[in-house]
Design a protein around this ligand. Structure first.
Ligand code: ADP
Ligand code: 5GP
Length: 186
């Protein structure tokens, strides 16, 4: 297991972003890998901070130029991990935390097979739905797509995914502590 690269995956709404934002500031040697996406920014999301927001054409150019470690179509949009950032950070001796969907993680593993996988699980399907709605960032149509995909993602992660750790994000403080313990491993 390589404790330089950490990959978090979860069904949308499980609380990955909340957990990551809560603890990452405590680890100055860990940087968050900013993905490229064709998804439209949510309110408050900033280009170059949350994502690199791209048009479909720009994203396809990135694929063609071999600028991505992995990419996937998730919930109807493209998402991918830019190569330059990770390589640069590793050269600087930093550790890197990624947020990848469960299928993209399989392609990521082909490049970095010993990265540490962390699966974030919602306490229940009902709570996942409550959180997606409670977040208030997505239309009903988008929520329905994400809920329909959640079951497949969780099933795939459990049977075919490579995750060394599973965190059930029920109580946020408890889940954050579990994530801290994992990121402390060097
Ligand atoms: P993800 O990044 O996995 O899609 P978010 O971090 O955006 O999920 O969380 C989805 C919603 O659930 C947000 O409104 C967030 O505040 C809420 N949330 C996250 N973790 C918890 C928790 N442990 N208990 C209750 N609500 C939570
Ligand atoms: P969201 O639209 O909620 O920010 O993210 C939707 C999904 O895209 C999440 O499952 C998240 O893990 C995934 N995702 C974000 N960035 C990447 C990436 O670079 N590659 C892949 N494969 N998935 C990503």
């Amino acid at each position: 297991m390589n404790n330089k690269l950490f990959v978090m995956s979860a069904a949308s709404g499980a609380g990955k972003t909340t957990l990551k934002d809560k603890v990452i500031g405590e680890f100055p040697d860990i940087v968050y890998s900013i993905s490229a996406t064709t998804r439209k920014p949510r309110e408050g999301e900033v280009n170059g901070v949350h994502y690199f927001f791209k048009t479909k054409e720009e994203f396809e150019k990135l694929i063609k130029e071999d600028g991505l470690i992995e990419w996937n179509e998730v919930h109807g949009n493209y998402y991918g991990t830019p190569k330059f950032f990770v390589e640069d950070m590793l050269r600087q001796g930093k550790r890197v935390l990624f947020d990848l969907d469960v299928f993209g993680k399989v392609n990521f593993d082909k490049v970095y097979p010993d990265a540490t996988g962390i699966l974030i699980m919602p306490p229940s399907a009902e709570e996942l739905e409550r959180r997606l709605r409670g977040r208030g960032t997505d239309s009903e149509e988008v929520i329905q797509v994400r809920l329909a995909n959640a079951k497949k993602e969780i099933e795939f992660a459990k049977t075919k995914g490579k995750y060394e750790y599973t965190i059930v994000n029920d109580d946020l403080e408890k889940a954050a502590n579990e994530l801290r313990e994992i990121l402390k491993l060097k």
